[in-house]
Design a protein around this ligand. Structure first.
Ligand code: GLV
Ligand code: MN
Ligand code: MN
Length: 424
């Protein structure tokens, strides 16, 4: 259905295409945080922010921010997402939200609307798990949730502190924000629900908690041709059993009433040679739970699983360590309701949903009322080169965001922050 929207689909599409072109040529669509290509993408965005009349700066946490001053000093309505990608995926993941925010600013200008609030649009630094092994570096930094010891993390011959300096931030500076009246993020759903149910817009009620657990196993290197099967301490064979066990535990928990998934997404062994019994294995679990009690159950089950498998395999459990642990985050009830009203206003159908993916909004929710708009993506595919979202669906989401900004701008601050009806 063609709709008369207050935003320009052609402009949104051309910015998304321009960013897609800034990719590693052999690995579309790759623009890893802290890389030269990432900086190139940010230069493009900063230029487009300036062309839209925004005041551009990088904050201490390394976030790229465009500001459109309001007229009544009522605080800041913030919109944003991220322009970094996972390896070989992410033509729309994050990018759609940054371009959506930019388009809202441009459309407000064209409509001659000056808000009471300042409007800030943000490209948060390194939302995806970066080379430093952690995610949401910019949104954590902005909200005081970036542990200080992270700055010493090393990768590619630099520390995270060097990385933040490299994008123009100040790792020892603070970006603490108390002025944010509301934060909204548009994102592709990254799952199949909206497409399957033929619904235009998902309004997120909560973002699942994410816990990442590292397991290291120490076995013993031996000759692969001479060591009898019963005399081995094979770290890989034990790790494989653990991976299987994790899948079984996760599948059982996923049958419960709330969202739960777990993935072993990183795996490595040493010495990784054909004729040597593997001596070491490392795996990293990424687990997501809507209900913190289910996450606890998962962690207990994994500890028991590791102890049992290692005992049987004669392998030492060298480490079972939680690397990061962010609890499930409810979205602000008032913002959820305003997003639903904003979507209805452009004739979009909506449903409420929990996000299994992590987002910068989970950190902004610590300092401000926050909510998210999800749009359909083809086949629910994401974090893969095939990730796709149709421009008509994106534009409908951007129009929803635009309407929501205008609705929020008219609300008294205490109403936006009123969470008495919080979902969950
Ligand atoms: C972000 O893409 C995540 O890991 O959920
Ligand atoms: Mn992602
Ligand atoms: Mn994302």
């Amino acid at each position: 259905m063609k709709r008369n929207l207050p935003v320009r689909p052609d402009r949104i599409e051309s910015d998304i295409d321009a960013l897609a072109a800034i990719t590693e040529p052999d690995r579309p669509w790759t623009r890893r945080a802290f890389s030269p290509l990432y900086l190139e993408g940010r230069d493009y965005l900063a230029r487009r922010f300036r062309e839209a009349g925004l005041e551009v700066r990088i904050d201490a946490a390394g976030n790229l921010i465009g500001r459109r001053p309001g007229k009544a000093g009522k605080g800041t309505i913030m919109l944003g997402s991220h322009s970094d990608t996972v390896p070989a995926g992410g033509r729309f993941d994050g990018i759609a939200g940054v371009v959506a925010a930019l388009e809202v600013a441009r459309a407000l200008d064209e409509a001659g609307i000056v808000l009471d609030h300042d409007l800030e649009i943000v490209d948060f630094l390194a939302e995806e798990v970066s080379i430093f092994g952690v995610s949401c570096i910019g949104s954590r930094g902005m909200t005081g949730a970036r542990p200080s010891d992270w700055l010493e993390r090393q990768a590619d011959g630099m520390t995270l502190a060097d990385g933040i300096r490299g994008v123009g931030g100040d790792p020892v500076g603070t970006s603490g924000r108390a002025d944010i009246a509301a934060f909204l993020e548009l994102h592709i759903e990254q799952g199949p629900v909206l497409e399957t149910e033929r619904i235009d817009i998902g309004v997120v009620t909560a973002i699942a908690g994410i816990t990442r657990i590292e397991i290291r196993l120490d076995g013993r290197a031996d000759h692969a041709g001479t060591t009898p099967m019963g005399a081995r301490r094979d770290a890989l064979a034990a790790a494989a059993r653990i991976v299987h066990g994790i899948e079984d535990v996760a599948a059982a928990l996923a049958r419960g009433p709330s969202h739960f998934v777990a993935t072993v997404g990183e795996f490595s062994i040493e010495p990784n040679a054909a004729n040597v019994v593997p001596s070491h294995a490392r795996l990293l679990i990424d687990a997501r739970a809507e209900d913190p009690a289910v996450m606890l159950e998962f962690r207990d089950a994994i500890a028991e699983l590791c102890a049992t498998v290692c005992d049987r395999a004669g392998v030492a459990l060298a480490s079972l360590r939680t690397i990061s642990d962010n609890p499930a985050t409810p979205m602000a009830a008032r913002c959820v309701a305003l997003l639903e009203a904003a979507a209805a206003d452009v004739g979009a159908t909506t449903r409420r949903m929990v996000s299994g993916a992590g987002h910068d909004a989970a950190f902004l929710a610590r300092v401000a009322p926050a909510a998210m708009v999800f749009i359909r993506c083809t086949g629910g595919r994401s974090h893969a080169p095939e990730e796709w979202a149709d421009i008509d669906d994106i534009a409908l989401g951007v129009a929803t965001l635009y309407n929501a900004v205008i609705l929020i701008d008219r609300q008294p601050a205490r109403d936006i922050a009123d969470n008495t009806d919080n979902i969950r």
